[in-house]
Design a protein around this ligand. Structure first.
Ligand SMILES: Cc1ncc(COP(=O)(O)O)c(C=O)c1O
Length: 487
């Protein structure tokens, strides 16, 4: 057999004997081409430094894009958003030339913002791999690298040891549910919190507690809902929840496959319970042999540790955890004890090679570059957000009338959330008013969303990988301007 072309050499040897880079991406000529592309990227994005209105010469073509978008989709999307494919950190340029602060990032996906050279570099390297999509039958080293980072982080404070990677949060949740059901021999019920959100498959839409998301769907799972923590009730809230949980377990003995919990509720309102609340419920589950599954698809990476369960010191109770969004690839982690039988978990696609490379790079930077801990970059960013929010609330109280919760009591603070999950509750937390505000904010140059089911809140998932604390001043100037327009 003749030797192959001389430029195809063995990859550099990494910690595990294999480089995570495709062979081509290690070649000097390719490295220098990638450097040239990154230099062009830096030059191009350097002009994106502040919010900008649309370029008048592009308004017509942009309207045509939106029309096509709406026709294809069958309805208008929430925002008239078509990205230009370029940005600079927290600033994104749209196809009409306008520039906006992106405070939602694909609902928490792009936490290094737009056009981050490190992420672009990882994506360029991934493009030199032999395949675009990888699967569970055949995969490259990439899937192992990312699964290893996740399990290494998780196993520091929990019994989670295994990781099954997939390509959406919803699919990670489907896998978690299957694992729990198999472990409990097909127990037909599950326990979930009121206001939870878990994704859009038929089963997850059933469990997720938003009526509109399951309208017209056939009920395919039995869900027992628990009240989430209500800070206005304090410790009484824990007593009430414990009472509910015990009742359910007595009512349906051995019929629950799991208790699914978001450690911090995302869509439900960026609700942060105290440790004692979750611990009390997790202990009851443990005593009743009901697996505890935490859905960290929105909270993962965003608190003072990678896993929110770690931040809350609850690792010992966790049987299954799901992660997604900022990881780029999604995953279900589980303990030795819950390792399912062969055949239960598989799939044609696990994820794309670029998602593996970008996700890995993102996780390594987060893990190694000072993001976590009480003084980490995430904590600093949250401090900056709070300072700006407090300043706005103090100077402009007219935007912040009392907000009444579901029990008819005023909420304790119009500023909330944790770490990189930030919320603000102007305009009394009224749904229509907040939806109208989002539209005006978009026009003025800030992209955000709401969360909560009444009261509603402004939800910010800033790209904490790159955002500078000082940038919140500019973001809040736009929010204030938008609130002024609401008068
Ligand atoms: C807590 C939680 N679980 C699951 C999902 C579903 O993830 P995906 O949209 O990737 O399927 C989401 C998405 O917002 C989420 O916030």
């Amino acid at each position: 057999m003749t030797a192959g072309p001389s430029h195809i050499e063995a990859p550099a040897i990494g910690a595990h004997g294999l480089s995570h880079l495709p062979v081509l991406a290690t070649l000097p000529a390719v490295r220098s081409a990638i450097e040239s592309i990154l230099a062009e990227l830096r030059r191009t994005q350097a002009s994106i430094t502040e919010v900008r209105p649309a370029d008048p010469s592009k308004v017509q073509s942009y309207a045509a894009w939106l029309k096509r978008n709406n026709e294809l989709r069958g309805r208008a999307t929430m925002y008239p958003y078509v990205g230009a494919g370029i940005g600079n950190g927290a600033l994104v340029q749209l196809a009409d030339g306008s520039v906006k602060w992106d405070m939602i990032n694909g609902i928490g996906v792009n936490m290094f913002g737009h056009s981050d050279p490190r992420m672009v570099e990882a994506a360029l390297e991934s493009a030199l791999s032999d395949v675009c999509m990888q699967g569970h039958l055949q995969h490259n080293v990439d899937i192992l690298e990312i699964a290893e980072i996740l399990t290494a982080q998780a196993s520091r404070t929990s019994r989670l040891r295994h990781c099954f990677v997939t390509n959406s949060g919803c699919m990670a949740n489907e896998n978690a549910l299957k694992i729990c059901q198999q472990k409990t021999h097909g127990a037909p019920r599950i326990i979930a919190f009121a206001d939870c959100f878990m994704g859009r498959s038929t089963t997850m839409s059933q469990i997720g507690d938003t009526a509109a998301y399951r309208q017209g769907l056939v009920q395919n799972i039995l869900v027992d809902y628990m009240p989430f923590y209500d800070p206005t009730l304090g410790p009484r809230s824990t007593e009430i929840a414990v009472w509910h949980l015990k009742q359910m377990i007595e009512r349906y003995p051995k019929q629950h496959s799991c208790f699914i919990m978001e450690v911090v509720q995302g869509e439900g309102g960026f609700n942060v319970p105290p440790r004692e609340f979750l611990e009390a419920l997790m202990r009851i589950c443990r005593d009743a042999s009901i697996p505890v599954w935490v859905d960290e698809i929105q909270s993962f990476g965003r608190t003072e540790n990678m896993f929110a369960f770690e931040t809350m010191g609850l690792g010992e109770f966790i049987d299954v955890a799901t992660v997604g969004k900022l990881t780029q690839v999604c995953a279900c982690l589980f303990t030795e004890d819950l390792n399912p039988g062969p055949g239960l978990l598989a799939g044609t696609f696990s994820s794309s090679t670029s998602a593996y490379h970008v996700g890995r790079r993102a996780l390594e930077i987060l893990r190694d570059e000072g993001y976590y801990g009480a003084d980490g970059r995430i904590a600093q960013l949250n401090k900056a957000f709070r300072a700006c929010a407090e300043d706005l609330v103090r100077r402009r109280p007219e935007f912040f009338p009392p907000v009444i919760n579901g029990f008819g009591r005023p909420i304790q603070s119009v500023i909330g959330g944790i770490g990189g999950m930030m919320r603000l509750t102007p305009l009394g937390g009224k749904k229509d008013a907040l939806n109208a505000l989002l539209k005006v904010m978009f026009e003025e140059g800030v992209i955000a969303l709401t969360c909560g089911h009444g009261p509603y809140h402004l939800r910010l998932l800033p790209p904490f990988g790159v955002m500078q604390p000082a940038q919140f001043k500019s973001v809040f100037a736009v929010i204030e301007c938008a609130l002024d327009r609401m008068k």
